[in-house]
Unconditional design. Structure first.
Ligand code: AMP
Length: 575
């Protein structure tokens, strides 16, 4: 297939605001394509070269892309950067400069989509010394054979920003529309949910499109989880409180909600794979888990799920999530991390056992299977779990969870089935203390990039300590690009009120005089070595500006943060 055809699709998608029309454009394109092109096309319209769960990435940094554009078009890097400052889009910049370049295009061969796909695939496998040059050359080679318009999308793909507004849901609907019956609303719903179900179990739209085309809705319904391949896990819903959650189900299990990372363990004989909830393969990062599973699981083939926690070797207490997340991202010095941040796993579900999926088994049955096959050890245990309808017992258990430094409880319906990828009504409800907001001061910021280059994009939050200010988090959420609702605060506005207080600039980082007070909501407070206060707010978001009614000296201090941290740890009665 000519890359030009795909680029025409990109162009129409980019200028098309309507979701429905986007779906139709893609579905027509899929229908007209050859079966063996489907895998490539579904990836490329989402700006990808590998399925989202793959370890392989393209990841070309902005700076490198500027270099590539410069060597491919012959314009100096300075010109590329200044054009980029105007467009805020490296792809557009490449197209502009390619069009300005006066060169003979005679004898130029047309670029095929396969060619683009293959070069990007190659790029992801290059490693080690000199790899940067090899990568740059692979992209340059494509651009040399591309038209200006094609070069725009080659660059956008290389920086992982296709900007044509194709989210996963659009692709799902397009596959249904291309190959299944979507005549009536009812049929459409059925078809879309068949595609979705198959995709939850096999998160690769390439194979899903192929199955839909060749075997239709029945084929999709026959998709099964595969040992060794990640799937989308069951998610939980928020509950307003323990009492409300307890009243919802007839048969209830309460479990500690551990503050760690979801881990999905696949076992086939002595072959093991570990995946996170975001489908990352972390098998290599956790070698000790291999030992736990080989000793602790009495089954030849299974897929089990649990929460993985990091704990402090000296105190034996659980460590904040950030410490564990260092291990998830780690590619080197894995052995050192094994001894620095030991882990513990708390198993809570099973979805596959010896050749069979357990999606037709209620939680009560799945839990009894788990009890039979798990042999506990120090690092590998079943989650703390009680089955009760009594409020008093539930409250005691909640307090116990908070005292143990965990997040709260998950209230589970013992009659519920496991539905991959979803928050199921009647499934899991999380109960955790709601934290009060904090009034903090902004003491720093980072300039954005691309089209946000004139705005500050993330903000350093600090709390008071006497007349000093100590950092306790970075915030980029809760701030809008444009005002859509009354009371919205934009990056532009925040930048404007902070600019007069800028004290120092270093690269894209700015130090700001503590003047502006903001009200911040957050998920929780964690101990953290990364901030001068020793604490970090998890998921801080802006609630409102307090610049008119609060002075920096009225903001919350470190003592308040410590107090809230202790409260959250459950040393006081849960509310
Ligand atoms: P949240 O991330 O706040 O939506 O909460 C759901 C997450 O809690 C799950 O994805 C798990 O990683 C985690 N979790 C901790 N303990 C449990 C448990 N006992 N059962 C289920 N999920 C748990």
């Amino acid at each position: 297939m000519l890359y030009k055809n795909l680029v025409e699709l990109y162009e129409s998608l980019e200028s098309e605001p309507s979701r429905l029309t986007k779906v139709r454009l893609i579905s027509n394109f899929l229908r007209k394509s050859e079966t063996d092109e489907l895998a490539m096309i579904t990836l490329m319209v989402s700006g990808k070269i590998f399925p989202s769960y793959s370890d392989e990435e393209i990841g070309i940094a902005e700076k490198t892309a500027v270099k590539i554009i410069s060597i491919s078009t012959g314009f100096p890097e300075g010109d590329v950067s200044s054009n980029f400052n105007e467009t805020g889009d490296l792809g557009q910049t490449c197209e502009n400069l390619m069009s300005k370049r006066k060169q003979l295009t005679l004898g130029k061969k047309s670029l095929s989509a396969e060619n683009v796909f293959d070069n990007f695939r190659k790029l992801a496998t290059v490693e080690g010394k000199g790899s940067q040059d090899v990568k740059m050359n692979l992209i340059k080679e494509l651009i040399t054979h591309a038209s200006p318009k094609e070069s725009k999308y080659i660059i956008r793909t290389s920086v992982n920003e296709l900007r044509i507004g194709v989210a996963e849901g659009v692709l799902r609907d397009a596959i249904a529309e291309a190959f299944l019956d979507t005549e009536t609303m009812e049929k459409k719903k059925e078809s879309v949910s068949a595609v979705e179900w198959a995709w939850f179990l096999n998160p690769d739209y390439g194979s899903i499109a192929m199955i839909a085309k060749k075997r239709g809705i029945e084929g999709l319904r026959k998709v099964r989880v595969e040992i060794g391949k990640p799937y989308h896990v069951l998610l939980s819903e928020k509950s307003p409180g323990l009492k409300e959650a307890m009243e919802l189900y007839e048969k209830i299990a309460l479990e500690f909600k551990y503050d760690g990372a979801r881990i999905v363990i696949h076992k086939k004989g002595d072959k093991l794979w570990f995946y996170t909830r975001r489908l990352e393969n972390v098998t290599r990062q956790f070698p000790e888990l291999r030992e736990f599973v080989m000793n602790g699981v009495d089954a030849d083939e299974c897929i089990i799920e649990g929460e993985m926690l990091g704990f402090d070797k000296r105190t034996g207490k659980p460590m904040p999530f950030q410490f564990l997340s260092q291990r998830i991202k780690r590619k080197y010095e894995i052995e050192r991390m094994v001894s620095e941040i030991p882990i513990q796993v708390k198993i809570f579900d099973i979805i596959y056992l010896d050749g069979k999926e357990l999606f037709d088994k209620k939680l009560s049955e799945r839990w009894s299977i788990l009890k039979k096959i798990i042999n506990t050890s120090k690092g590998f245990q079943l989650a703390e779990h009680i089955e009760t309808k009594e409020m008093k017992k539930a409250e005691e258990f909640y307090r116990k969870a908070l005292e143990a430094g965990q997040e709260g409880l998950i209230v589970k319906n013992l009659d519920a089935y496991y539905h991959p990828g979803r928050r199921v009504a009647g499934g899991w409800l999380k109960v955790k203390p709601i934290m009060e907001t904090l009034d903090l001061v902004i003491t720093g910021a980072t300039w954005g990039t691309g089209k946000r280059a004139t705005w500050m994009g993330s903000f350093v939050l600090s709390c008071r300590d006497g007349d000093k200010y100590l950092e306790c988090g970075m915030m980029g959420t809760g701030i809008k690009e444009k005002i859509t609702n009354e009371g919205d605060i934009t990056f532009e506005h925040l930048t404007k009120i902070l600019k007069p207080y800028m004290e120092k600039e270093d690269g894209n980082e700015v130090k700001i005089k503590p003047m502006i007070v903001v009200e911040i909501a957050y998920e929780e407070i964690q101990k953290s070595p990364n901030y001068s206060s020793g604490y970090a707010l998890r998921f801080p978001r802006l609630v409102r500006l307090r610049d008119l009614d609060k002075k920096p000296e009225d903001s919350d201090d470190i003592e308040r943060i410590k107090k809230l941290y202790e409260m959250q740890k459950g040393r006081s009665k849960p509310g």
